[in-house]
Design a protein around this ligand. Structure first.
Ligand code: ADP
Ligand code: MG
Length: 395
């Protein structure tokens, strides 16, 4: 159960509703939006405010301008796309604070939508500066956070601003993210999690938290080689974090103590380098050659992982099983993604690269939930508090 006030609990009619959204979208060199998921997923909240005669004042960051105005990080392409998607004009402000913004907001009519300029043009945003927070807060009567992806940050717009409102509520996207990700705390069983990706160090808190919740844990990707090294297996030149080998051993011991089986790759696609034109071969467990790199899981591993997932009622997936950006090394990740997409289990995908892969493969709609929050999602799955959510008003 979601325990925070939500947008539907607010009476928005005639009110200035200050909404933190995450429009940190990818732009190509020409300034064209290459993926508008972060805009489309915010539409329900924006439409609700406008349709219910509120005045929506949207605020977001884009990229890392570090307190300087940078023309290629203006939110102009976003306001244009938003206007088109909503079928109504979304006026973009030249700044996020100041007299001109105040005047424009003063002139707003019910149902109008305004987009403030990139918050991170002011260094005060990331510093959670109290004066800047006050200025932003003065622009609204009500506050809504719909930016799950930045809710792990204690910034002005996510933390300093909502503190100044008697009513700070969650938008629809944020609520949906929390409700789905929270299923890991109360899953239909069997619950199987697959953790892959590059670095053990970034995944240790999640693995430790999940060991208390899952029925089986599957480990793949570059991360698996640190565990295989801990088990004394040859790993050649594969990605490894030597300072994490002891932590991997601790996790292995924890899994025995918690009686949670961990599955590892039992065969590998190895390559002479991590590039497209490398020579490759499949080797069994223990067969990784000295100068070669493990770049993907092998066919027996895929079968073993999928056999385990067949009985699952809840599947959580974070982290690719191989170097999925390179087509030749993406088979394991693709087969896993396709299996999860076709399964009847409740499926949750988290992590920036894993979500991007699912979108690229056209499987987004086939998963129960694909998180829009990279770091925020990982922090949530590690069982840690997200300040931007904790600060919202309790129900
Ligand atoms: P997410 O963003 O989904 O949490 P990560 O950031 O942890 O995932 O990991 C994604 C990265 O892991 C990708 O760039 C991928 O190339 C890399 N990766 C996966 N398997 C390997 C491997 N065997 N060797 C090197 N890198 C790998
Ligand atoms: Mg990543």
């Amino acid at each position: 159960m979601f325990k925070k006030l939500t947008l539907e609990d607010l009476d928005v009619k005639g009110k200035r509703v200050l909404v933190r959204v995450d429009f940190n979208i990818p732009l190509d060199t020409k300034g064209e939006i290459t993926d508008d998921l972060r805009i489309t997923t915010a539409l329900p909240t924006i439409r609700y405010i406008s349709d219910n005669h509120g005045k929506a004042i949207l605020m977001s960051h884009l990229g890392r301008p570090k307190g300087k105005v940078q023309d290629d990080k203006r939110l102009t392409p976003v306001s244009k796309r938003l206007s088109r998607l909503l079928g109504k004009e979304v006026k973009k402000m030249p700044d996020c604070v100041g007299a001109e913004v105040k005047e424009a907001i003063f002139k707003m009519k019910e149902g109008d939508i305004i987009l403030l300029e990139n918050l991170r043009f002011h260094i005060e945003e990331e510093k959670n500066d109290p004066t800047f927070s006050k200025e932003l807060a003065s622009l609204g009567d009500l506050y809504v956070n719909d930016a799950f992806a930045v809710s792990h940050r204690k910034h002005a717009s996510t933390f300093g601003v909502p503190r100044l409102f008697p009513q700070a509520a969650a938008g629809f996207l944020l609520k949906q993210e929390v409700e789905y990700l929270d299923r890991v705390n109360n899953p239909d069983r069997p619950f199987v999690a697959i953790i892959g990706g590059a670095k053990v160090s970034t995944k240790v808190p999640i693995i430790k938290n999940l060991l208390k919740k899952v029925d089986t844990l599957i480990i793949g990707g570059g991360m698996a080689y640190t565990f295989l090294k801990a088990l004394g297996r040859p790993i050649g030149h594969s990605l490894v974090e030597d300072d994490m080998v002891d932590v991997a051993k601790d996790i292995l011991i924890m899994s025995i103590a918690d009686e949670v089986p961990i599955l590892y790759p039992i065969d590998h696609l190895i390559a002479t380098s991590m590039s497209t034109d490398a020579q490759t071969k499949i080797v069994h467990r223990g067969g990784i050659l000295e100068d070669w790199y493990g770049v993907d899981v092998g066919p027996l591993t895929i079968k073993k992982f999928i056999d385990c997932l067949k009985g699952a009622k809840t599947i959580l997936w974070n982290g690719p099983l191989g170097i999925c950006e390179i087509d030749r090394f993406s088979k394991g990740t693709r087969e896993l993604a396709n299996f999860i997409a076709a399964s009847n289990a409740l499926s949750i995908v988290g992590g920036g690269d894993s979500s991007a892969f699912v979108i690229k493969e056209g499987l987004f709609d086939k998963m129960t939930h694909v998180s829009t929050g990279g770091g925020a999602c990982l922090q949530f799955l590690a069982g840690e508090e997200l300040p931007g959510i904790s600060i919202l008003t309790d129900k």
